[in-house]
Design a protein around this ligand. Structure first.
Ligand code: SF4
Length: 451
């Protein structure tokens, strides 16, 4: 039970005040969620924190950042598809256990959440939220006789699912990544300070140097200014979430050594080879389709230009929590650049069609603005299956490609033609050095085995 999230942590050897650095890190990760934000800071063994519903710049005001002082800190931002939008579900989660205070920030989703929660509730454990993080905190607390590193190893042996999380104690910062590497997590350095972040774009933003990715099944512990690596679980097969590559991550990030920008551009090139169309202009559904549209234009030799202008101050419609908000979100999010599409055969490139609502509206807007034809090209295969590993796409009955044929979808969205990149084409674009989970396209999940 969790949503797409962004996590960030810093250990400052020089005992800098770090709340502002975390704030800028979260700001760079804001695309991973717009529902809640929070920071927890360790000040000489006492953990102070602030979290609430809203964007990072709404929740973390100057006054709050001035109050949160210390040398170890973590931050979190959340999207809101799955768990209730309440302050109780905002993170970091700060908890006291027998060995002291802990703060946790989590990205991912536990598939055995309900089972673990029921067992704990049977033993009298009281929960204050519905987030996976509270389960992890309870599991760590249960092993209080062990040192914190052993307690975390024991805790992750009980959980099944996708995870990348940071934990702060009164003397260390810890980052943990699931054994399949479904979720991204990387390490950076800013002078003498170590950083752990969901994506490298946050390292760039704060001027930190990228050191390396946290390996699948690895725990990194930063204490006394040094970093050590501990294996938590055996890695069987690396399976980075393919949706991170095509949609979630920022194009200026590198995940597991691969530039998201280059992978998306390659997917756009392959899309042009597999799905040619007669057009005057290639445009994108901003922002997630933009890089693939550039690749499509390069390969097809049809010029790329702007056709839809995005209001950048509106969150991603797909991530908005309710259907009502999603509808409003689409209307206020995009406007057509009539000058570029009127009287033209438009090739519209996007990264995915999930429910179809947004695409139907965009095609209608383009036609209303005078586009002669609208050919929709998708730089990924149809999303036919739900995900339980972190993305929480809608149930199969709400996934348009889970219910309809391509021709039916074309008709529903009102396009003149519709074509998707094949799974082989997508894997050829992205799969040269890594292997990926393809569950929402193929229905085959790594979790089916023994995660
Ligand atoms: S099923 Fe899809 S969204 Fe879920 S982890 Fe796999 S690729 Fe990512």
């Amino acid at each position: 039970m969790n949503d797409l999230c962004g996590v960030f942590g810093i250990y400052s050897k020089d005992k800098k005040d770090i709340s502002k650095i975390i704030y800028y890190g979260l700001y760079a990760l804001q695309h991973r969620g717009q529902v809640s934000a929070g920071i927890a800071i360790n000040n000489n063994g006492y953990i102070d924190y602030h979290k609430d519903l809203g964007l990072a710049n709404e929740v973390l005001t100057k006054e709050i950042l001035n109050r949160l002082r210390g040398n170890i800190g973590i931050g979190h931002i959340r999207s809101g598809n799955t768990v209730e939008t309440t302050t109780a579900n905002a993170e970091p989660l700060v908890a006291g256990y027998k060995q002291g205070a802990l703060a946790l920030a989590y990205d991912g989703s536990l598939v055995n959440y309900s089972e673990l929660r029921e067992k704990m509730e049977d033993k009298g454990v009281i929960f204050q939220s519905s987030i996976d993080t509270e389960i992890v905190a309870n599991l760590v607390a249960r092993h209080h006789r062990e040192d914190i590193e052993q307690a975390i190893i024991k805790a992750v042996n009980d959980i099944k699912g996708s995870y990348a999380f940071v934990i702060m104690t009164n003397d260390r910062l810890i980052g943990v990544r699931d054994p399949y590497g479904l979720k991204p997590l990387c390490i950076g350095k800013l002078e003498n300070d170590y950083i752990i972040s969901s994506e490298t774009c946050a390292l760039d933003t704060i001027g930190a140097e990228f050191i390396r990715d946290v390996e699948p099944g690895e725990m990194v512990v930063i204490i006394d200014g040094d970093i050590k690596s501990i294996r938590t679980k055996e890695v069987k097969n690396k399976n980075m979430c393919l949706f991170e590559i095509i949609y979630f991550a920022r194009p200026d990030s590198k995940l597991d050594g691969e530039s998201i920008y280059l992978l998306r551009r390659e997917a756009g090139r392959n899309l042009a080879k597999e799905c040619p169309a007669e057009g005057d202009i290639v445009i994108s559904a901003p922002d997630s389709g933009t890089v693939a549209a550039i690749g499509y234009a390069e390969e097809s030799k049809i010029p790329y230009d702007e056709g839809l202008i995005k209001n950048r101050y509106v969150g991603r419609t797909f991530i908005q929590p309710t259907q009502e908000l999603r509808e409003i979100g689409v209307r206020i999010k995009l406007n057509v650049l009539k000058e570029n599409v009127e009287g033209k055969k438009v090739i519209l490139v996007d990264d995915s069609i999930v429910r179809g609502t947004t695409m139907r509206r965009i095609v209608a807007m383009l036609k209303n603005a005078g586009a002669k034809k609208v050919h929709v090209r998708i730089a990924a295969p149809p999303v036919k299956y739900p995900c339980n590993l972190g993305m929480h796409t809608p149930k199969r009955e709400n996934l348009i490609a889970g219910q309809k044929t391509n021709e039916e979808i074309r008709e529903i969205i009102g396009a003149d033609s519709l074509c998707y990149l094949s799974l082989e084409g997508l894997l050829e674009s992205v799969g040269k050095n890594n292997s990926y989970c393809t569950g929402c396209f193929s229905g085959e999940y790594p979790i089916n085995e023994d995660l």
